[in-house]
Design a binder for this molecule. Structure first.
Ligand SMILES: [Zn+2]
Length: 471
């Protein structure tokens, strides 16, 4: 049960167009919602956090994360996308047991909360049985944050006896939608993550139509390399585009694709760290901005890179600025502004998954998902331009307090109600067991050459289908 809280005397970055930034204001939280925002609120019976010198902002929203990969942290620090596919999607993924998924999602979602991410899209494409799916949800719920659990329809490299075919996976998603994920008011909601479209096209159509019948957001890896046929154009031809779709990567999407996504009300998630590292093209941020399509950011995989949005924001912005500056020479201005980047990871990201009226900005009536930053730390002092400082200088270590729907999940730097020592032991044990079953770290890249021969890389390498998988 959420209490009544008064957050007093902070710089409040609302990310709301009308309210703007407030230099010294209070935030009152009642029944899980923001009840009031303003200077000197008169409240007598609330728990008070004195926040002079601190900064309050909306919780960040990560729109693309494979949370199940948490035990694989940094194994892929030097991997290309083919290395990643061979090691993670082909070799390691089938070795995950439900208990591995549970601890991975619990620890990964907590890592996100600890860094100020109050909502994440869990692109859960390591589901080999109904128990795997339930364990993924259990892990997200144990962390206490808000999440879109996107049921991954992608099959593993070999058929699973518990979910032997495409239809069985769709039936399992229907089971969850009928039972524990029936409500869209819970912190963990249901979504669907499509199989990459190298499957027969009829299967992709069936997946999309099934997801629509469930009434849930849909996300998909899209044009992460120069595919032979654009997923967006394939879907447009069938009338399947929609505002419920979140397209991930789009690094090789054409301008026509971007306009089609925009006109259908869909959104894009760019994942700058994985895209820049693995060879998945250049982040689409600048082109999406020009096309007027809604875009946001994701951390994607901690098996390779970092899991916090401060890094993702800064990397996406400076990469885009660097590319544009290299193109034009001495620039007269910078088209992508820091405040625009913060909008992408808060209000726009919430809109992308249908939560724009619920979270993403601080405004009376919205759910109280917010973060307190130590703006009195040296790296944020003096706080001259609050929104810009969040993007340009803040880091996860500045996240002191995190509140989700009025309930503190991190308070004064400490995650609330979590046995972290036990969680760490379980995570390490899971990692050990996974690596042992894989035959050791040295064996992880054994399938790379076979993959390079069989997977469609469009204009890149081989071409046996319509599109390929991405991170
Ligand atoms: Zn991905």
């Amino acid at each position: 049960m959420s209490e009544r809280w008064l957050l007093r005397g902070a710089t409040v970055v609302t990310c709301d167009d009308e309210l703007g930034d407030l230099p010294s204001a209070d935030v009152l939280i009642e029944g899980g919602k923001i009840a009031a925002i303003g200077p000197g609120l008169s409240v007598s019976d609330a728990r008070v956090l004195e926040l002079e010198g601190k900064l309050v902002m909306p919780g960040l929203v990560d729109t693309h994360r494979h949370t199940w990969q948490t035990p694989l942290r940094a194994l892929g620090a030097d991997w290309t996308v083919m290395d990643y596919l061979a090691a993670v999607r082909v070799k390691l993924s089938p070795l995950f047991r439900p208990e591995d998924i549970l601890v991975a999602n619990h620890a990964g979602a907590l890592e996100a909360l600890d860094a100020g991410i109050t909502t994440l899209v869990d692109y859960s494409h390591c589901i080999y049985s109904p128990d795997h799916a339930d364990a993924a949800i259990d892990g997200l719920e144990a962390a206490g944050g808000r999440a879109l659990f996107a049921y991954g329809y992608a099959a593993g490299p070999t058929p699973s006896p518990d979910l032997p075919d495409h239809r069985a996976r769709i039936r399992d998603a229907e089971r969850l939608r009928r039972s524990r994920l029936a409500s869209d008011d819970r912190l963990v909601r249901m979504g669907v993550a499509l199989t990459e479209m190298q499957v027969p096209w009829e299967v992709s159509v069936d997946e999309i139509r099934s997801a629509r019948a469930l009434g849930v957001p849909i996300t998909l890896h899209c044009s992460a390399w120069p595919v032979n046929k654009s997923e967006v154009q394939l879907m447009a031809a069938e009338g399947l585009l929609g505002a419920d779709m979140l397209y991930v990567h789009c690094t090789f999407s054409s301008e026509d694709d971007l306009r089609a996504i925009r006109d259908s009300g869909g959104s894009i998630s760019a994942t700058p760290e994985t895209e820049l590292q693995m060879g998945m093209g250049f982040p689409v941020v600048g082109r999406a901005l020009c096309a007027g399509v809604r875009w946001s950011l994701g951390c994607d995989v901690v098996s390779s890179n970092g899991g916090d949005m401060f890094t993702a924001m800064r990397l996406a912005m400076q990469a885009e600025r660097g590319a544009e500056n290299a193109r034009v020479g001495l620039p007269s201005s910078l088209p992508l502004k820091a405040a625009r980047m913060l909008r992408a990871t808060t209000t726009d990201a919430a809109e992308a998954i249908g939560l724009g009226r619920v979270v993403g900005s601080l405004r009376p009536g919205k759910d109280a998902d917010l973060v307190v930053l130590s703006a009195d730390a040296l790296n944020l002092t003096p706080l001259n331009r609050p929104r810009e400082a969040v993007v340009m200088q803040a880091h996860a270590g500045n996240v002191e307090t995190v509140i989700v729907r009025g309930v503190p999940v991190k308070l004064g730097g400490v995650l609330v109600g979590q046995d972290l020592a036990l969680l760490r032991r379980r995570l390490v044990a899971s990692r050990d067991a996974l690596v042992e079953r894989a035959g050791g770290v040295a064996s992880l890249l054994g399938e790379v050459h076979r993959l390079e021969e069989s997977w469609d890389m469009g204009g890149g390498k081989s071409a046996t289908g319509d599109a390929g998988a991405s991170a």
